[in-house]
Write a protein that binds this ligand. Structure first.
Ligand code: JD8
Length: 262
Protein backbone atom coordinates (compact mmCIF):
# COMPACT_ATOMS: atom_id res chain seq x y z
CA UNK A 1 0.00 0.00 0.00
CA UNK A 2 1.17 3.50 -0.83
CA UNK A 3 0.40 6.29 1.68
CA UNK A 4 1.07 10.02 1.35
CA UNK A 5 0.53 12.43 4.24
CA UNK A 6 0.55 16.21 3.81
CA UNK A 7 0.96 18.37 6.93
CA UNK A 8 2.49 21.66 8.07
CA UNK A 9 4.01 19.59 10.93
CA UNK A 10 5.67 16.63 9.17
CA UNK A 11 7.72 15.94 12.37
CA UNK A 12 4.42 15.09 14.06
CA UNK A 13 4.35 11.91 11.94
CA UNK A 14 7.79 10.75 13.18
CA UNK A 15 6.27 7.87 15.24
CA UNK A 16 5.45 6.19 11.91
CA UNK A 17 9.13 5.17 11.75
CA UNK A 18 8.74 3.09 14.92
CA UNK A 19 7.64 -0.37 15.90
CA UNK A 20 5.36 -2.43 13.68
CA UNK A 21 4.55 0.41 11.27
CA UNK A 22 8.27 1.07 10.86
CA UNK A 23 8.80 -2.63 10.21
CA UNK A 24 6.02 -2.69 7.59
CA UNK A 25 7.76 0.25 5.91
CA UNK A 26 11.14 -1.49 6.02
CA UNK A 27 9.56 -4.65 4.55
CA UNK A 28 8.01 -2.64 1.69
CA UNK A 29 4.42 -3.58 2.71
CA UNK A 30 3.84 0.10 3.40
CA UNK A 31 5.33 2.77 1.14
CA UNK A 32 4.81 5.90 3.21
CA UNK A 33 5.87 9.46 2.40
CA UNK A 34 5.24 12.52 4.61
CA UNK A 35 5.19 15.91 2.85
CA UNK A 36 5.46 19.47 4.14
CA UNK A 37 2.53 21.53 2.81
CA UNK A 38 4.79 24.60 2.85
CA UNK A 39 6.88 23.10 0.04
CA UNK A 40 3.92 24.02 -2.20
CA UNK A 41 3.94 27.72 -1.15
CA UNK A 42 5.75 30.39 -3.17
CA UNK A 43 5.78 33.52 -0.99
CA UNK A 44 8.73 34.38 1.22
CA UNK A 45 6.72 33.67 4.40
CA UNK A 46 5.46 30.31 3.07
CA UNK A 47 1.91 31.31 4.05
CA UNK A 48 -0.69 28.53 4.39
CA UNK A 49 -3.53 30.40 6.15
CA UNK A 50 -5.74 33.45 5.83
CA UNK A 51 -8.75 35.03 7.58
CA UNK A 52 -12.16 33.34 7.23
CA UNK A 53 -14.76 34.74 4.81
CA UNK A 54 -17.84 35.64 6.83
CA UNK A 55 -15.75 36.50 9.85
CA UNK A 56 -15.17 34.63 13.07
CA UNK A 57 -12.18 33.58 15.11
CA UNK A 58 -9.01 31.89 13.85
CA UNK A 59 -7.60 31.26 10.41
CA UNK A 60 -8.47 28.96 7.51
CA UNK A 61 -6.00 27.04 5.34
CA UNK A 62 -5.69 28.69 1.91
CA UNK A 63 -6.63 26.52 -1.07
CA UNK A 64 -3.62 27.20 -3.36
CA UNK A 65 -0.91 25.15 -1.57
CA UNK A 66 -3.37 22.29 -1.05
CA UNK A 67 -4.33 22.37 -4.74
CA UNK A 68 -0.68 22.10 -5.78
CA UNK A 69 0.01 19.36 -3.24
CA UNK A 70 -2.91 17.25 -4.44
CA UNK A 71 -1.97 17.87 -8.10
CA UNK A 72 1.54 16.58 -7.34
CA UNK A 73 0.48 13.52 -5.34
CA UNK A 74 -2.64 12.58 -7.34
CA UNK A 75 -1.96 13.80 -10.88
CA UNK A 76 -5.18 14.52 -12.81
CA UNK A 77 -3.72 12.99 -15.99
CA UNK A 78 -3.91 9.58 -14.36
CA UNK A 79 -7.64 9.99 -13.76
CA UNK A 80 -8.86 8.32 -17.01
CA UNK A 81 -6.87 5.17 -16.25
CA UNK A 82 -8.48 5.24 -12.79
CA UNK A 83 -6.16 2.71 -11.22
CA UNK A 84 -3.65 4.91 -9.45
CA UNK A 85 -6.03 7.54 -8.09
CA UNK A 86 -5.69 7.65 -4.32
CA UNK A 87 -8.46 7.78 -1.78
CA UNK A 88 -8.26 11.21 -0.10
CA UNK A 89 -8.88 11.19 3.65
CA UNK A 90 -9.37 14.46 5.50
CA UNK A 91 -9.54 14.25 9.30
CA UNK A 92 -12.18 16.62 10.67
CA UNK A 93 -14.42 16.71 13.74
CA UNK A 94 -17.27 16.98 11.20
CA UNK A 95 -16.23 13.75 9.45
CA UNK A 96 -17.68 10.27 9.29
CA UNK A 97 -16.75 8.31 12.44
CA UNK A 98 -13.63 6.16 12.03
CA UNK A 99 -14.40 2.51 12.86
CA UNK A 100 -12.79 -0.91 12.53
CA UNK A 101 -15.05 -1.43 9.50
CA UNK A 102 -13.53 1.67 7.85
CA UNK A 103 -10.05 0.42 8.78
CA UNK A 104 -10.77 -2.81 6.86
CA UNK A 105 -12.11 -0.81 3.92
CA UNK A 106 -8.98 1.39 3.83
CA UNK A 107 -6.65 -1.61 4.17
CA UNK A 108 -8.02 -2.82 0.81
CA UNK A 109 -7.00 0.42 -1.00
CA UNK A 110 -3.76 0.65 -2.96
CA UNK A 111 -3.12 4.36 -2.33
CA UNK A 112 -4.23 6.58 0.56
CA UNK A 113 -3.62 10.32 0.69
CA UNK A 114 -4.12 12.15 3.99
CA UNK A 115 -4.62 15.92 4.19
CA UNK A 116 -3.92 17.18 7.72
CA UNK A 117 -5.64 20.45 8.45
CA UNK A 118 -4.80 22.90 11.24
CA UNK A 119 -6.33 26.17 12.48
CA UNK A 120 -10.08 26.23 11.69
CA UNK A 121 -9.61 23.70 8.90
CA UNK A 122 -9.06 23.65 5.11
CA UNK A 123 -10.95 25.84 2.60
CA UNK A 124 -13.92 23.69 1.58
CA UNK A 125 -13.17 24.17 -2.14
CA UNK A 126 -10.05 22.01 -1.80
CA UNK A 127 -12.27 19.04 -0.91
CA UNK A 128 -14.92 19.96 -3.50
CA UNK A 129 -12.31 20.18 -6.26
CA UNK A 130 -10.57 16.98 -5.20
CA UNK A 131 -13.94 15.20 -5.30
CA UNK A 132 -14.13 15.86 -9.06
CA UNK A 133 -11.20 13.50 -9.58
CA UNK A 134 -10.94 11.16 -6.57
CA UNK A 135 -12.89 9.65 -3.72
CA UNK A 136 -12.84 12.05 -0.76
CA UNK A 137 -13.78 11.05 2.79
CA UNK A 138 -13.87 13.38 5.77
CA UNK A 139 -13.21 11.21 8.78
CA UNK A 140 -13.51 11.89 12.54
CA UNK A 141 -11.76 10.11 15.40
CA UNK A 142 -14.53 10.94 17.84
CA UNK A 143 -16.50 13.61 19.64
CA UNK A 144 -13.73 15.71 21.12
CA UNK A 145 -11.65 18.54 19.67
CA UNK A 146 -8.04 18.23 18.50
CA UNK A 147 -5.74 20.95 17.17
CA UNK A 148 -5.34 19.27 13.80
CA UNK A 149 -5.47 16.12 11.72
CA UNK A 150 -2.00 14.69 12.45
CA UNK A 151 -2.90 12.57 15.48
CA UNK A 152 -5.94 11.25 13.62
CA UNK A 153 -3.63 10.10 10.81
CA UNK A 154 -1.39 8.30 13.32
CA UNK A 155 -4.41 6.48 14.75
CA UNK A 156 -5.91 5.61 11.36
CA UNK A 157 -2.60 4.35 9.95
CA UNK A 158 -1.96 2.20 13.01
CA UNK A 159 -5.40 0.61 12.68
CA UNK A 160 -5.01 0.11 8.91
CA UNK A 161 -1.38 -1.08 8.85
CA UNK A 162 -1.98 -3.95 11.26
CA UNK A 163 -4.60 -5.29 8.84
CA UNK A 164 -2.16 -5.42 5.91
CA UNK A 165 -1.10 -8.95 4.92
CA UNK A 166 2.11 -9.99 6.68
CA UNK A 167 2.17 -7.15 9.23
CA UNK A 168 0.64 -9.03 12.16
CA UNK A 169 2.71 -12.18 12.69
CA UNK A 170 -0.05 -14.23 14.27
CA UNK A 171 -3.06 -14.08 11.94
CA UNK A 172 -5.25 -15.73 14.62
CA UNK A 173 -5.05 -12.72 16.91
CA UNK A 174 -6.99 -10.60 14.40
CA UNK A 175 -10.40 -12.30 14.52
CA UNK A 176 -10.62 -12.60 18.33
CA UNK A 177 -10.21 -8.94 19.18
CA UNK A 178 -12.62 -6.35 20.57
CA UNK A 179 -15.13 -5.19 17.98
CA UNK A 180 -14.57 -8.23 15.76
CA UNK A 181 -17.43 -10.01 17.59
CA UNK A 182 -19.17 -6.82 18.72
CA UNK A 183 -18.24 -7.15 22.42
CA UNK A 184 -15.47 -5.71 24.58
CA UNK A 185 -12.76 -8.19 25.55
CA UNK A 186 -12.50 -9.94 28.91
CA UNK A 187 -9.60 -8.80 31.15
CA UNK A 188 -6.21 -10.50 30.69
CA UNK A 189 -3.69 -11.67 33.31
CA UNK A 190 -0.14 -13.03 33.38
CA UNK A 191 2.25 -14.29 36.08
CA UNK A 192 2.62 -14.01 39.03
CA UNK A 193 -0.69 -15.59 40.17
CA UNK A 194 -0.71 -13.30 43.21
CA UNK A 195 0.52 -9.71 43.01
CA UNK A 196 0.22 -7.04 45.72
CA UNK A 197 -2.69 -8.92 47.23
CA UNK A 198 -4.59 -9.20 43.94
CA UNK A 199 -5.20 -12.73 42.65
CA UNK A 200 -5.64 -14.00 39.11
CA UNK A 201 -9.19 -15.43 38.91
CA UNK A 202 -9.10 -19.13 39.85
CA UNK A 203 -10.93 -20.21 36.70
CA UNK A 204 -8.05 -19.00 34.47
CA UNK A 205 -5.62 -21.28 36.36
CA UNK A 206 -7.99 -24.27 36.30
CA UNK A 207 -6.93 -25.60 32.90
CA UNK A 208 -10.64 -26.21 32.15
CA UNK A 209 -10.89 -24.66 28.67
CA UNK A 210 -14.69 -24.88 28.58
CA UNK A 211 -15.06 -23.03 31.90
CA UNK A 212 -12.44 -20.47 30.80
CA UNK A 213 -14.24 -19.74 27.54
CA UNK A 214 -17.56 -19.36 29.41
CA UNK A 215 -15.98 -17.05 32.02
CA UNK A 216 -14.42 -14.87 29.33
CA UNK A 217 -17.72 -14.67 27.47
CA UNK A 218 -19.54 -13.67 30.68
CA UNK A 219 -16.91 -11.01 31.44
CA UNK A 220 -17.15 -9.68 27.88
CA UNK A 221 -20.94 -9.43 28.15
CA UNK A 222 -20.87 -7.85 31.63
CA UNK A 223 -18.25 -5.26 30.66
CA UNK A 224 -20.01 -4.42 27.43
CA UNK A 225 -23.33 -3.99 29.26
CA UNK A 226 -21.71 -1.63 31.78
CA UNK A 227 -19.47 0.40 29.45
CA UNK A 228 -20.88 0.10 25.96
CA UNK A 229 -24.61 -0.64 26.06
CA UNK A 230 -24.75 0.73 22.48
CA UNK A 231 -22.66 -2.26 21.30
CA UNK A 232 -24.92 -4.74 23.07
CA UNK A 233 -28.03 -3.12 21.66
CA UNK A 234 -26.56 -3.50 18.16
CA UNK A 235 -25.99 -7.26 18.56
CA UNK A 236 -28.24 -9.71 16.78
CA UNK A 237 -30.35 -11.10 19.67
CA UNK A 238 -30.11 -14.52 17.99
CA UNK A 239 -26.35 -14.51 18.68
CA UNK A 240 -27.05 -14.62 22.44
CA UNK A 241 -27.51 -18.09 23.90
CA UNK A 242 -29.22 -18.99 27.18
CA UNK A 243 -26.02 -18.59 29.21
CA UNK A 244 -25.33 -15.20 27.57
CA UNK A 245 -28.79 -14.08 28.57
CA UNK A 246 -28.29 -15.33 32.12
CA UNK A 247 -25.02 -13.32 32.37
CA UNK A 248 -26.73 -10.17 31.09
CA UNK A 249 -29.64 -10.74 33.47
CA UNK A 250 -27.19 -10.97 36.41
CA UNK A 251 -25.61 -7.72 35.19
CA UNK A 252 -29.06 -6.10 35.30
CA UNK A 253 -29.08 -5.47 31.57
CA UNK A 254 -32.53 -5.52 29.94
CA UNK A 255 -32.57 -8.59 27.72
CA UNK A 256 -33.11 -7.92 24.03
CA UNK A 257 -36.26 -9.41 22.60
CA UNK A 258 -35.92 -11.99 19.85
CA UNK A 259 -35.25 -15.63 19.19
CA UNK A 260 -33.07 -17.38 21.72
CA UNK A 261 -30.25 -19.36 20.19
CA UNK A 262 -29.79 -22.77 21.87
C1 JD8 B 1 -8.61 18.11 11.92
C2 JD8 B 1 -8.21 21.66 12.45
C3 JD8 B 1 -9.17 22.05 14.70
C4 JD8 B 1 -11.48 22.02 13.72
C5 JD8 B 1 -12.13 24.31 15.28
C6 JD8 B 1 -10.06 24.12 16.47
C7 JD8 B 1 -10.46 14.44 13.76
N1 JD8 B 1 -12.01 13.82 16.26
C8 JD8 B 1 -11.44 15.02 15.95
N2 JD8 B 1 -11.51 16.09 16.73
N3 JD8 B 1 -10.88 17.10 16.16
C9 JD8 B 1 -10.37 16.71 14.97
C10 JD8 B 1 -9.68 17.62 14.05
C11 JD8 B 1 -9.56 18.98 14.42
C12 JD8 B 1 -9.00 19.87 13.53
C13 JD8 B 1 -8.51 19.44 12.28
C14 JD8 B 1 -9.18 17.19 12.81
C15 JD8 B 1 -8.02 20.59 11.61
N4 JD8 B 1 -8.81 21.23 13.61
C16 JD8 B 1 -10.44 22.84 14.41
C17 JD8 B 1 -12.74 22.81 13.41
C18 JD8 B 1 -13.24 23.56 14.59
N5 JD8 B 1 -11.02 23.45 15.63
C19 JD8 B 1 -10.73 15.37 14.82
N6 JD8 B 1 -10.25 13.70 12.93
Amino acid sequence: MRVDVVSIFPEYLAPLDLSLIGRARAAGTLRLAVHDLRSWTHDVHRTVDDTPYGGGPGMVMRPEPWGEALDALAPAELAPAGVTLPRLLVPSPAGEPFTQAMAHELAAESHLLFACGRYEGIDQRVLDHAATRMRVTEVSLGDYVLFGGEVAVLVILEAVTRLLPGVLGNAGSLDDESHAHGLLEAPMYTKPASWRGHEVPEVLRSGDHGRIARWRRDEALTRTAARRPDLLAALDPASLDKRDRAALDRAGFPLPAGDVAK
